[in-house]
Write a protein that binds this ligand. Structure first.
Ligand SMILES: [Zn+2]
Ligand SMILES: [Zn+2]
Length: 459
């Protein structure tokens, strides 16, 4: 990750030492430089400015929530005087909490729902989730991630919520909201399966069909809070039918076919009839094969600890060496220097990597371009998602990319990694580089000279 404290040489530039500059009044001053100055910054510095501004935003949001929490405390401390129960629901007065949400809504010009969410978040982040509140104030997580932590811990017993929060904060700064949510949901599920089950049952009671209009003049129709099994079964059934239509040569994207099928079904058309109607509208181009979804659940490859440790050591060493380069070159030379350094590391490891990968076997990998099924499963188990740092695409829906293109690149576990279509294209895009320096350990180099190290999943 490029966000590391850089060693600064003689000619200091404005942003070089701002990487982990904490948010607050001083950072606000740094960020308030006149706009023209942005034009003088390097690409790398511009990204640091953006990251600094985001930290500053988080800091301000923590203040907003702290103020709301304080007001809520004042209003709810004398709750008993206001809210006497009247039998008639028509005349029920608002609870102190509902009332303060309305105060917040008008003061901030947000909807009542948004305000109620803010009040709840404010109470959590200054109460049971105070450590998340501190991380927000320090710019280590942003508001979206704080919300994820608050959502996932909702309704959990206090000690479990505390543990989940603790685990969440370990990695939250380098994870997207999707990655964070997945990770801590899994942990919560393990720690408090019963509470999760109860919460689910409660949510299902509020299942509903929602409709809203979009800015483009279309409308969205959504079935919300279905039991997950139901929703997945429906989705899979429609997907299977859509895949069948595609296999018959329909050039339309799978998502379009799914939407058309679902629309027909909700209009009361039977599935076989809906499929026939769509098929009769099939164009004549035969198009891209849909990515294979061979239901075989990838076996979880549990990394044994010493492999994990070795990879961790290697990742740390790469990080240290790239940082060293970063500290020594002038900002304009950074992208080139980092690309070279990464290639150098890759070259240096090549022999050892080949030997390690080959093991006792005569030949290295498979002779074909397409990996055999067992190899594919191994690669998919090693990375359950596309290997771009922020991507959530499950690897069984990805291409297995040859990190070094096939021939001279091998079809082998040291040269394959899942990439979704989008990030496959990104890899081919000017300025981007991807190295697999050890089986499953990859480094992305960005056009501005940043780097992101991707390690195998830890199950
Ligand atoms: Zn190999
Ligand atoms: Zn991707």
């Amino acid at each position: 990750m490029s966000a590391q404290v850089a060693e600064i040489g003689g000619g200091q530039r404005e942003w070089e030492d701002r990487v982990w500059f904490p948010p607050g009044p001083q950072l606000a001053v740094c960020l308030s430089g006149s706009k023209e100055r942005l034009a003088d910054l390097t690409d790398d510095e511009l990204l640091q400015v953006a990251a600094a501004a985001r930290r500053q935003t988080s800091w301000a949001q923590a203040r907003e929530l702290a103020a709301i929490a304080e007001l809520t405390r004042r209003r709810t401390s004398d709750e008993d005087c206001g809210a006497e129960e009247s039998g008639d629901p028509e005349y029920r007065v608002l609870s102190a909490r509902e009332s303060v949400a309305e105060e917040v809504a008008v003061a901030l010009s947000v909807t009542g729902n948004a305000a109620a969410t803010l009040v709840h978040l404010a109470e959590q982040l200054t109460g049971p989730l105070a450590r998340t509140g501190e991380a927000l104030g320090a710019g280590r997580v942003d508001m979206a991630k704080a919300r994820v932590i608050c959502d996932v811990t909702e309704g959990l017993p206090g000690d479990v919520a505390g543990k989940v929060q603790c685990v969440a904060l370990e990695k939250a700064s380098e994870q997207t909201t999707g990655q964070l949510r997945r990770r801590i949901k899994r942990i919560a599920q393990r720690l408090a399966p019963q509470a999760i089950e109860e919460r689910k049952r409660g949510a299902v009671r509020h299942r509903r069909l929602e409709l809203w209009d979009t800015p483009s003049g279309t409308s969205d129709l959504a079935l919300c809070d279905l039991a997950a099994e139901d929703a997945h079964a429906i989705f899979n059934k429609i997907t299977a039918a859509a895949n069948g239509i595609k296999a018959d040569g329909d050039p339309r994207p799978l998502s379009t076919l799914r939407a058309d099928l679902a629309t027909a079904l909700l209009h009361g058309v039977e599935l076989p009839e809906a499929v026939r109607t769509l098929l009769s509208r099939t164009g004549d181009e035969s198009d891209v094969a849909s990515p294979s979804a061979d239901g075989g659940e990838a076996v979880c490859a549990r990394l044994d600890d010493d492999v994990d440790e070795r990879l961790g050591g290697l990742a740390g060493e790469v990080e240290r060496r790239l940082n060293h380069v970063r500290g020594r070159v002038r900002p304009r030379e950074l992208p080139h220097a980092i690309r070279q350094a990464a290639r150098h590391i890759d070259d240096q490891l090549a022999d050892a990597r080949d030997t390690a990968c080959q093991g006792d076997e005569e030949c290295h990998g498979s002779p074909d371009y397409r990996p055999p099924a067992a190899m594919r499963r191994e690669i998919e188990a090693r990375h359950s998602r596309c290997v771009f740092p922020t991507c959530n695409q499950p690897s069984r829906r990805c291409d297995l990319d040859h990190t070094i293109p096939w021939r001279p690149g091998l079809t082998c576990r040291c040269n394959l990694a899942p990439l979704c279509r989008r990030h496959h294209r990104l890899k081919q895009t000017a300025g981007w580089r991807l190295h697999q320096i050890w089986p499953g350990l990859l480094i992305w180099i960005t056009p501005s000279g940043g780097w992101y190290i991707v390690r195998p999943d830890r199950q």
